[in-house]
Design a protein around this ligand. Structure first.
Ligand code: ADP
Ligand code: MG
Length: 658
């Protein structure tokens, strides 16, 4: 790992900004890909999104309104039609000194024919002429510009030596361009043809490394697939099931049977349970752990967040009250002394079931006779984790739960190392969540407040989700949102939940919401995964366009968790066409497929914290043919892996640790 400060122009303050983008070394910088490419090409002046070149002919004037709003105005000559136009651009006062009379610039925006006025959304300080200008666009944080990032990456490319992971013979086979050249092209693209070649190369590399790991896992599993034959006490399990307040659905029963068959066989279980949000995966996990405990084995259940782990813990001790089960939780916030005690009891076998986050694995925890590991919301993690889990106990069985519905063809490839079970049916009595899209107009928002009030008057609870809260100025944003709601709902209690709170703070808020001490919960997407508060019947999602359909579906899954009518309101002024699909279907598999078509796989696996399956540059649907090639090629390479020390090292570091 090379220090960022080697790069010209990068000092301590830039480093801290880059850190916010998860860039902490030159290698990270080099692997920081643009999320899209802007392609600029001259259009007709009357196009909806017009791009034209003009020559500035008057000195721009700037007017300020209020504290932060301003407008620059100038006259320009539009040579293509030989006419003069007025140009206005808002909130770019800082550009004034660059807008000099006689300079040719490119305007992006919309032309108002009647007024002869061009309202620019952007001004490029060059004449586009008849070129196509391609600019890579990166995710940014305050204080870093797109050009800064490009400059730093360009510097980096020449500072460190790049490791090309594509074996020489494959580079030859596909005539790929070299990594350094490809990276230069992506950072400073000159034409679409070479850009596509460069992208192709990176997509292949990414998918090749991914499939190399999957193939390694498949190989390992087939060599090392001997497990314990567990004894499943169906009588006791059925007795417990009949004590539940509900009947299991057909699919829950089917999946349980698949799991029990695995457990009873001499093959080690390595099974993924895919089930839509709210389909009831948790109880399947609980029953599997109960089954193991009846056979005197310990089980561990891991969740991606402390909120979720704690929720599972509370649910489980409630459900198994009066059963002779020793269930404990271990979280980051668990006091040290208590942790020590839990560790002792896990080692001695006193604890039957342990619930926690993935810290469970990192900690120096040893078990007496661990039989089963379950990870919830598996899509948040990745390939590297899978082998790690299996190494934890002696011939331990592993179960993965995932709410990400992936079309079967893809699932078979990217989850090729696991058996797959699917829960499709929803528990009886569930009504689909009524979904509506509204705009940000005052009228719509007012009507929304009326609907919220109706739910609150019925003693139900409401989630408000805003992507804003995770932005740079989150504190300001939270205050604004909270103030808006506090003035509208004076009697109700409002709570706030966001990613920067400590686990304890989050927990307190979540518990208050569960206990109905909070009526309205304003939150970021931290509530996205798994949270279960059946009395919440409405979820409002602000700026819904910022989320993929899969994420929206997960968020929507927070409501509609009992037989009450429930509602999801998507607030957005953009992308309304795409968001309409949410009104039409509540089928997660269908939405996932749409997402695959529209945005690729990236969003399916969550936005930030997700595992290695959140491809940086490849897109599972669009690049499926590359994936299949990568699958076959990586399998061949794997047969002689010792000839490829760099690839071997990747596998050793990720899959074959310890
Ligand atoms: P997910 O699959 O999203 O993890 P959960 O396991 O959290 O879903 O289940 C959602 C809700 O449905 C929980 O409140 C759970 O108690 C309830 N539930 C689970 N199975 C059934 C069922 N067969 N009938 C009715 N309610 C059920
Ligand atoms: Mg769940």
């Amino acid at each position: 790992m090379s220090d960022l400060s080697y790069i010209k122009g990068i000092g301590p303050s830039t480093i801290s900004k880059l850190n916010k983008l998860n860039i902490s070394s030159i290698e990270d910088l080099i692997n920081y890909y643009p999320y899209r490419f802007e392609k600029l090409k001259k259009t007709n002046i009357n196009d909806e999104h017009a791009i034209i070149s003009v020559t500035i002919i008057s000195t721009p004037t700037v007017s300020f309104f209020g504290r932060s709003k301003n407008a620059i105005r100038f006259k320009a000559l539009y040579e293509d039609e030989n006419k003069y136009i007025d140009v206005v651009i808002f909130n770019r006062a800082f550009m004034k000194s660059n807008l000099i009379p006689s300079k040719a610039v490119t305007l992006v925006g919309k032309f108002d024919q009647e007024k002869g006025k061009f309202i620019a959304s952007d001004i490029k300080l060059f004449d586009i002429g008849n070129r196509v200008v391609i600019t890579p666009i990166y995710h940014l944080v305050k204080g870093l510009t797109n050009n800064n990032i490009r400059k730093y990456i360009t510097e980096s490319i020449n500072t460190v030596s790049l490791v090309d992971y594509i074996p020489y013979e494959l580079t030859n086979k596909y005539s790929f361009i070299g990594k350094k050249e490809a990276l230069n092209i992506i950072t400073n693209p000159s034409d679409i043809k070479s850009l596509n070649l460069a992208l192709e190369r990176f997509k292949y590399e990414e998918l090749f490394l991914f499939m190399l790991k999957i193939n390694e896992l498949i190989n390992k599993n087939s060599i090392n697939n001997i497990g314990h034959v567990r004894n499943i006490d169906r009588d006791k399990i059925n007795e417990f099931i009949s004590s539940l307040p509900f009947e299991l659905t057909e699919d829950q029963n089917k999946v349980l049977e698949e799991i029990f068959n695995d457990l009873e066989s001499s093959k080690r279980m390595n099974r993924l349970v895919q089930g839509d949000v709210g389909s009831g995966k948790t109880i399947v996990a609980f029953l599997s752990m109960y089954a193991l405990s009846l056979d005197k084995y310990q089980s561990a259940l891991m969740a991606p967040t402390e909120i979720l782990a704690h929720q599972h813990y509370l649910n489980m001790i409630k459900l198994f009250e009066g059963y002779n089960l020793n269930i404990k939780e271990i979280l980051g916030s668990t006091p040290k002394k208590e942790k020590e005690l839990i560790k002792e009891e896990l080692a001695s076998g006193k604890i039957d079931i342990i619930i926690g986050t993935h810290a469970l694995l990192q900690d120096d925890i040893s078990f007496n006779n661990l039989g089963l590991i379950i990870t919830d919301e598996q899509h948040r993690f990745g390939v590297n984790q899978r082998s790690n889990l299996r190494n934890k106990g002696e011939m331990v069985d592993v179960l993965y739960l995932s709410a990400t519905p992936i079309p079967r063809t893809y699932a078979l490839t990217i989850y090729g190392d696991m058996d797959i079970s699917i829960i499709k049916s929803m528990p009886n009595g569930r009504k689909p969540v009524k979904t509506i899209n509204i705009s940000k107009s005052e009228e719509d928002l007012k009507r929304m407040l009326v609907t919220i009030k109706r739910e609150l008057d019925n003693d139900h609870q409401v989630y408000i989700v805003s992507p804003l809260i995770e932005s740079e100025d989150d504190e300001e944003d939270i205050k604004t949102i909270k103030n808006n709601f506090s003035s509208a709902f004076k009697k109700q209690k409002i709570g706030i939940l966001h990613g920067k709170m400590t686990p304890k703070e989050k927990d307190d808020i979540m518990n208050k919401f569960k206990e109905k001490e909070i009526d309205i919960l304003i939150s970021t997407t931290v509530i996205e995964v798994g949270v279960d508060v059946p009395n919440a019947t409405m979820i409002i999602i602000y700026d819904a366009y910022k989320f993929g359909l899969a994420t929206l579906h997960q968020l929507r899954g927070r409501v509609g968790r009992n037989s009450l009518d429930s509602y999801c309101i998507l607030v957005s002024d953009r992308d309304t066409e795409r968001l309409k699909i949410m009104e039409e279907t509540t089928d997660g598999f269908k939405l996932a497929e749409e997402d695959f078509k529209l945005r690729g796989s990236g969003d399916l696996f969550g936005t930030k914290q997700s595992g290695d399956m959140n491809f940086k540059i490849a897109n599972l649907t669009r690049d499926y043919d590359i994936l299949l090639k990568a699958k076959e090629d990586s399998n061949n390479i794997l047969k002689n892996i010792n000839n490829y020390p760099e690839l071997k090292k990747i596998l050793d570091d990720s899959i074959n640790k310890d």
